[in-house]
Design a protein around this ligand. Structure first.
Ligand code: AMP
Length: 289
């Protein structure tokens, strides 16, 4: 197994097998494992993370698993885009080593009852409307870490709250993995790439491009005004979105990424995070000041 040509993608469906492959690699003591967890429908954002993994690790493992425990609405889970054949093609082109592609029963037995909860940080932003979402994320990520035993794992800044929560879990549970947060990859018009963009029709996609424009507007106001309050910035972004025709704004918040405290007067360390719904599609994005 260890002598297998590095460039031929191996698709592993069994958790036990994946774990024993990782153990063998680790025992050799020479090859770092870089890991990118995904839910598939791979786009340029995912691929950028995988390219980074190739730079920092000798062995690259990507997982594709649509984790039901991080969806609160069944409909959202059922509609989650899937393109596994295309995904495998993309992974072959990138010449990664392993795709971990488990079936649901490989990950959760019917009596599965363990949860990892990062209590405070999961209460904010997306955690308000998506109950149990982050518990689902932390539980699956820890499980994947235990199966794949990566030295390095790469996540996207697009899901900044997710990254902050995973970083907290890794620190507080002494998990031996280095985390990398990769910048958000965008379409030419600024729209953050997301598997969910597949649900947007052309008109909605055009409106969605305004999400990032609103964030940049907020950042610009912060950079050019003295002592401006978060409330004022949020209000301006809000009306920018309304003018664009975005009717459902779930949140626009300015926060500190270290303690997820809401800022009254923003500082350079803060970020603006937004979640909106366009048509039936929920989209999130953020920028740092
Ligand atoms: P997902 O398949 O949506 O669970 O995403 C898998 C990983 O890709 C997560 O770490 C995401 O933050 C990251 N990701 C998703 N979209 C982007 C993007 N546009 N740019 C960079 N990373 C992304």
């Amino acid at each position: 197994m260890m002598s297998k040509k590095i460039n031929s993608l191996q698709i592993i469906k069994s958790a036990k097998r994946m774990q024993s492959i990782s153990l063998l690699i680790k025992k050799s003591g020479r090859r770092t494992i870089a890991f990118v967890p995904t839910m598939g429908a791979l786009h340029e954002g995912h691929l950028a993370l995988i390219k980074k993994a190739k730079k920092v690790g000798k062995i690259v493992v990507v997982s594709i698993f649509v984790n039901p425990r991080q969806f609160s609405e069944k409909e959202d889970l059922d509609n989650y885009p899937s393109s596994i054949k295309d995904d495998i093609k993309k992974l072959r082109i990138l010449k990664i080593d392993y795709l971990f592609l488990p079936q649901i029963n490989e990950i959760y037995n019917p009596r599965f009852q363990t949860k990892v909860i990062v209590e405070e940080f999961q209460k904010h932003l997306c955690g308000i409307s998506r109950k149990n979402h982050f518990d689902g994320v932390t539980t699956i990520v820890l499980k994947l870490f235990n199966i794949i035993m990566p030295d390095v794992a790469i996540f996207g800044k697009k899901d900044l709250q997710q990254f902050i929560i995973i970083k907290t879990m890794v620190r507080e549970l002494n998990i031996n993995v280095k985390l990398i947060c990769h910048k958000t990859i965008r379409e030419k018009d600024g729209l953050a790439m997301s598997s969910r963009n597949n649900h947007l029709n052309p008109k909605e996609k055009q409106i969605a491009a305004g999400i990032y424009k609103g964030l940049k507007l907020g950042k610009n106001i912060f950079m050019t005004s003295k002592n401006i309050t978060s409330k004022k910035i949020v209000k301006l972004i809000h009306s920018f979105y309304r003018d664009l025709g975005i009717k459902k704004i779930e949140y626009i918040e300015i926060m500190n990424p270290d303690d997820m405290a809401y800022s009254i007067i923003p500082s350079r360390k803060d970020f603006i995070a937004v979640s909106v719904k366009i048509g039936g599609t929920r989209l999130i994005d953020n920028v740092e000041f």
